[in-house]
Design a protein around this ligand. Structure first.
Ligand code: BGC
Length: 760
């Protein structure tokens, strides 16, 4: 930040002092009216905000306006409830409009008092924070939660997060992340809903609705922030912050819809992304922030940068200094500068020099002030900073119950030979082995910012809580998560040999996914692969429990180990949730929201690829394939087993030919033919066989999670309209084209029953 020169009131000329005195009387009167809400009988509150926003704007100096566009950190995670002196001065001078990384009813109240009592215009601060998968009660990492395909559960976890966060004085979460991610090397895949546009869009809606509850301003909710706009997930080579380059068609068809769905669901704010797109970094990208977001999609909230991404336009090579970066951003339509301080340093000067029009600044200030009004902060700036509510809300028992419920729904059973699972609770001896078996610190995963890992339940504790005698549970660490030491190995083998069954928890450390956590290898880190092989050799039945924030390349495990559970990072209640599944108190129902490759060389691998002109043919060399690897993933998108068996009947269509105004009913009978009650995610895919541009081999267009008792059958009915068949045609208009379509229904993206129809 640039050094600031302070002018005190005593240094001013007498005439100015008199003018100021007169102004301050009318200022006080005006402010009383604006801040108190001019309690008129205005029924249309939106227009009443508009009036108040305008009135307030008229009182603001240019510097105060730019202050509203400035967001600084309080570094709570590092320093506790303190804030840098420079930022305190900025708050008091009205040069900061929002603070992130500050939470707690007491602490936010203190900061708010600084803004409300010590600034000229008494404008309250906005408090933002990364509430990504729970605030204090931590839920599964977003990718894991997506594996539940359970819209109620996903809504509920965001709802609880909103309740807890707002009880700690927060107004705003930097979530949901709506970036489609098709490269598991990219560590931030963990923060989103995986590879699919349709599933990602459905989940984005639930997360926004959950965070925002009854709407911006309802006391137990926070504003959502759709991020990272746009296409951050397509970073080249899976390297974080890397370049993104794609056609407008792919952008609009694959990457945009989840952001758009979140905005249509009412998301109050949007965050830019770090990456460039078509040569222009998102924070300076007018096409994204103005043409698409505001003009096409009608987004009316405000846009914040991702961290210092305005500053990063200098190394990107698109701005040569602070002023040009700030100008690029404000002209692109970016309202708030997170942490760079570039707006603060450069915008007043740019306006004074006539380079930037003050109207542009005013438009951004309006968007931000509107949200502060909607949040009710002008009526009561402390309404979210309530110690009593905080005490009554944080981690209350019903939240913990919900966290356990959602966690167990997120678990995916990848393999279960000879029904090794579920385990019996009266098992003689269970060996719980592995670097993640008792690793409390890892359980809440990455981006669990305010989460308290010391309150998390480990797998070992979860298992002990289930069995008839805890003495029957043996434990050995086996190895560390990510180093070469073999010192714990022999003990683990000894323990395995004493047991009747081994539960082996392996995977990644929590911080191996998340921001700046790209990996070039997706193998188990450290010597964990060796640990698995040695334990397997001990000759006891082994259940591998994976904990990780992305797909891992586990072909050896799939070939050799009888049972495998994908458990991601499940949050505060991890151990209980996994134990619920291991012992059959809950029949696993999760399905992968992302394809698991066999090897890194297959990446990018996702289910809705194009067919190519030479689709893979094992008998023909000159077809699209590898010399040294199969084209098939290890586990396809949508895959996940149950302790019971679901069988699918034929796909029955209401018509074989439809017009563009018809609705098509697709019915499939699903039967639980196994011996347990269970839930199944019934998935519907389409394929447009011939188009004016080529179409993917499969596209998810519907799903329903159903509960079937053993022996029970249900007709699952999907309704399709031409909207579901639409895409960006050759001329980039959006619509459906006449011709033949396939409809596919099944329990994953590979094993599907097919029917065909024609769109006339
Ligand atoms: C991340 C964002 C996050 C922000 C604030 C950035 O580094 O990319 O996702 O919201 O920090 O913590």
């Amino acid at each position: 930040m640039a050094a600031r020169v302070k002018v005190t009131i005593t240094e001013m000329k007498p005439k100015i002092k008199i003018r100021l005195a007169i102004e301050s009387v009318s200022l006080v009167l005006m402010l009383v009216l604006i801040l108190s809400g001019c309690k008129t009988n205005v029924k249309n509150y939106t227009s009443s905000y508009e009036y108040r926003v305008d009135s307030l704007l008229k009182l603001m100096t240019l510097e105060e306006k730019v202050g509203q566009l400035t967001l600084y950190t309080s570094d709570y995670d590092v320093t506790g409830p303190t804030i840098r002196e420079g930022y305190k001065d900025d708050i008091k001078a009205g040069k900061v409009g929002a603070i992130f990384n500050a939470f707690g009813a007491d602490y936010t109240r203190k900061l708010q008092e600084m803004a409300v009592k010590e600034t000229r215009l008494h404008i309250p601060l906005l408090f933002g924070y990364d509430v990504i998968h729970g605030h204090k009660t931590i839920f599964p990492v977003p990718l894991g939660e997506a594996a539940s395909w359970d819209m109620n559960a996903i809504y509920k976890s965001a709802r609880i997060a909103g309740d807890e966060a707002s009880a700690q004085g927060l107004h705003w979460t930097f979530a949901p992340m709506c970036d489609i991610a098709r490269d598991p090397r990219w560590g931030r895949m963990v923060e989103g809903a995986g590879e699919d546009t349709y599933l990602g869009s459905r989940i984005a809606v639930q997360r926004v609705k959950g965070f925002q509850g009854d709407g911006v301003g309802s006391l137990n909710s926070v504003m959502a922030c759709v991020k990272h706009f746009a296409a951050y997930g397509a970073a080249q080579a899976g390297r974080d912050y890397s370049t993104v380059d794609m056609s407008d068609r792919v952008l609009r068809e694959v990457y945009f819809p989840p952001y758009k769905a979140a905005i249509d669901a009412g998301a109050a704010t949007v965050m830019t992304s770090f990456n460039e797109l078509d040569g222009v970094p998102a924070s300076g990208n007018k096409y994204l922030m103005t043409d698409v977001l505001r003009n096409e999609w009608g987004f009316g909230g405000f846009v914040v940068t991702d961290y210092t991404s305005i500053m990063e336009m200098i190394p990107h090579g698109i701005a040569e200094d602070t002023a040009s970066a700030a100008a690029l951003a404000i002209e692109a339509g970016v309202d708030m500068d997170m942490q760079a301080g570039f707006y603060q340093d450069a915008l007043p000067g740019l306006v004074k020099k006539g380079i930037i029009k003050e109207d542009l600044i005013d438009a951004s200030v309006r968007r931000i002030l509107r949200k502060k009004f909607e949040l009710g902060l002008f009526e009561d700036p402390y309404r979210y900073s309530n110690v009593e509510r905080e005490k009554a809300t944080i981690m209350k028992p019903e939240f913990l119950d919900a966290a356990r419920d959602i966690a167990k729904r997120s678990i995916v059973l990848l393999k279960n030979d000879k029904q090794l699972l579920p385990l019996s609770k009266t098992q003689k001896k269970i060996a719980v082995i592995g670097p993640l078996a008792n690793a409390r610190q890892e359980m809440i995963g990455s981006w669990s910012a305010a989460g308290d890992w010391s309150k998390a339940v480990t797998l070992l504790e979860g298992i002990k809580s289930k069995v008839t005698s805890a003495d029957h549970v043996l434990y050995a660490k086996g190895c560390n998560i990510n180093d070469d030491s073999t010192k714990y190995l022999a003990e683990a083998i000894r323990v395995a040999k004493q047991a009747d069954v081994v539960v082996l928890a392996v995977g990644e450390a929590a911080l191996m996914t998340g921001e700046a956590a790209s990996r070039a290898s997706l193998d188990l880190p450290g010597i964990q692969q060796k640990l698995v092989e040695e334990i397997q050799k001990a000759g006891k039945p082994v259940v591998v429990v994976l904990m990780n924030g992305r797909p891992l390349t586990i072909e050896w495990i799939d070939k050799n180990v009888p049972s495998v559970l994908e458990t991601w990072f499940l949050g505060t209640q991890t151990g209980y949730a996994i134990a619920d599944v291991l012992f059959g108190d809950y029949n696993p129902s999760g399905k992968l929201p992302v394809t698991f490759p066999r090897s890194v060389g297959q990446i990018p691998i996702f289910y809705n690829m194009k067919n190519t002109g030479r689709p893979m043919d094992p008998n023909s060399k000159y077809t699209s394939k590898y010399l040294d690897e199969s084209n098939e993933p290890l586990y396809p998108f949508g895959y996940g087993l149950s302790y019971t068996i679901f069988s699918y009947g034929d796909v029955v269509l209401s018509k074989n030919s439809i017009s563009d105004t018809d609705e098509l009913s697709v019915t499939c009978k699903v039967t639980n033919t196994g011996i347990y009650d269970g839930e199944e995610v019934v998935q519907l895919y389409i394929r447009d066989l011939v188009g004016s541009v080529t179409r993917p081999v499969k596209e998810l267009k519907g799903f329903e999670k159903i509960m079937l008792k053993k022996g029970e059958s249900r007709d699952v009915v999907f309704k399709l309209t031409t909207k579901d068949l639409s895409f960006y045609k050759k001329d980039m208009t959006f619509g459906a084209e006449p011709g033949k379509f396939q409809i596919m229904v099944g329990g994953n993206s590979k094993d599907l029953k097919i029917a065909e129809f024609v769109l006339r």
